[in-house]
Write a protein that binds this ligand. Structure first.
Ligand code: BGC
Length: 465
């Protein structure tokens, strides 16, 4: 079969390990763009509003929601690109979209250019949110996949934190254009970086380019046995599966995975995370804290988000996805109930308690729904439609994000802050019940084995085909 190559010295193993880590870290820069571009607006919105004379809450809301709508569209478009042109080219194209959108935004001479630029940045954010996890999931060996894919979530949280720090230090200065333009740096690093990384071996095999896949795998895996096994597995799946057409997305056998992916993606949003990420400064300010104190609280939340994501990266492949997901969602519920209580007491008198509750909620999200939803979206779909199916789940995620962002202030107006967070707590409990019933453990499995775990009832049929 393959030219023989020993299972490798310690040096070889280290080299392979480092090559995988480097590719994962470099592409995870996409997460920084995701986090920074969605986070920065919360802090600089007042300055943007002043510059473009946006007065109505509707217009201000548009600054957030146009990006989210762009992300939903970007997710759908990128699914096909990632399946047809490859993961690596898709990531390169995404970086160009970011550069164009960011330049337009930072230089926008008129309001309509600014709106358009927000949409274009959104396209990039939506596309990067699943193509990067998909790529990392396919180059990572199974026993490291959870942690490596979640480096993307770690970058998202770092992007959010950096955006919060920028907002905090620029508070009062008003130069929002500089804040926006800062994201050009990661956009360029992502585009230039991905060119030096290999294409996903699974995608190459699916294209019938097995020799290239083998060459790539030799730089990423330790032994020929491992490489042969991986190629045989992926080839087996690829042969059984028909060409990845749009019709395949309607295939009965894909339904369990698609349902799971879409519902998890929606759960990640309707349990309220971005009301905190996007609106915390506004809410705390309206609750009586000063602008700087509110931003400081936000930074505390941001640091917790990063630190707890590091915990997730370390433990996902050891304890598995399910325990982290379940315990994290229990923690989120506790945090939300505490937050509702703080609002009931009055935020001014309970500022410290409210900040701890916020941090507890965000920290619990960071070990559970934050990283694991994106990880599962990258893991659970069969290779033939992986890009397109992941893009549908991702579109659901951004659409739910948009609905929450648009409805949040109205819900507060209707039932008050306490009521609002009680609602999110109830939604979290219901979501937890779904997760307990439906989410399988995918720790350590080859991606080609995950399919059987998601829809075991179709497995005999698939094997017989
Ligand atoms: C979510 C984002 C959220 C972020 C917070 C991501 O996994 O998709 O909507 O803002 O986590 O860390």
């Amino acid at each position: 079969m393959a030219d023989s190559q020993s299972s490798g010295s310690v040096d070889d193993r280290r080299r392979h390990r480092n090559a995988v880590t480097k590719a994962a870290v470099l592409t995870a820069v996409g997460g920084i763009l995701f986090g920074y571009d969605t986070g920065v607006v919360g802090g600089v919105l007042p300055n943007i509003a002043a510059d473009f004379s946006l007065v109505s809450p509707f217009d201000k809301g548009l600054v957030v929601s146009i990006l989210l709508a762009g992300a939903a569209v970007g997710a759908i478009v990128a699914g096909r690109i990632a399946d047809e042109l490859g993961r690596r080219r898709a990531i390169f194209i995404i970086s160009i979209v970011f550069v164009v959108g960011l330049l337009m935004s930072a230089l926008a001479p008129a309001l309509w250019v600014f709106w358009l630029s927000r949409f274009i940045i959104g396209l990039g954010v939506g596309a990067t949110s699943f193509v990067v996890p998909l790529y990392i999931g396919e180059i990572a060996p199974p026993e490291r996949r959870g942690g490596l894919v979640s480096l993307n979530q770690l970058s998202i949280t770092m992007g959010i934190l950096i955006s919060q720090l920028v907002a905090y230090f620029l508070a009062g200065h008003g130069d929002w254009r500089v804040s926006v333009a800062l994201a050009l740096l990661p956009a360029v690093i992502l585009g230039v970086g991905v060119l030096s990384e290999p294409e996903s071996p699974a995608w190459l095999i699916r294209q019938g380019r097995e020799d290239e896949a083998r060459t790539v795998l030799r730089t990423l895996r330790d032994s020929d046995d491992e490489i042969d096994e991986e190629i045989a597995d992926v080839r087996g799946v690829a042969r059984e599966e028909s060409k990845g057409s749009v019709g395949d997305l309607l295939d009965r056998r894909l339904r369990p995975a698609l349902t799971l992916g879409v519902i998890l993606a929606v759960i990640q949003q309707i349990t309220g995370i971005n009301t905190v990420i996007y609106f915390a400064p506004t809410v705390l300010q309206e609750g009586g804290l000063g602008r700087s104190a509110a931003l400081l609280a936000l930074v505390i939340v941001g640091v917790t988000n990063v630190l707890m994501t590091i915990v997730a990266v370390r433990y996902l492949d050891r304890v598995g996805r399910r325990p982290l997901l379940i315990w994290g969602m229990i923690g989120m519920t506790v945090g939300l109930v505490a937050l509702a209580t703080a609002f009931a007491i009055g935020i001014k008198g309970s500022a410290v308690f409210a900040t701890i509750a916020l941090a507890f909620y965000v920290g619990s999200f960071a070990v559970s729904l934050g990283p694991i939803v994106w990880l599962l979206i990258a893991e659970i779909f069969p290779l033939r439609v992986r890009g397109q199916a992941a893009s549908i789940a991702t579109m659901a995620n951004w659409s739910a994000n948009l609905v929450v962002a648009v409805s949040y202030l109205s819900i507060i107006a209707a039932v008050g802050r306490t009521g609002t967070f009680v609602i999110y707590a109830a939604v979290t409990v219901l979501s937890l019940m779904y997760v307990i019933a439906k989410v399988p453990e995918t720790k350590g499995l080859q991606l080609s084995e995950v399919e059987a775990v998601i829809s075991p009832e179709h497995e005999p049929e698939r094997r017989a085909a």
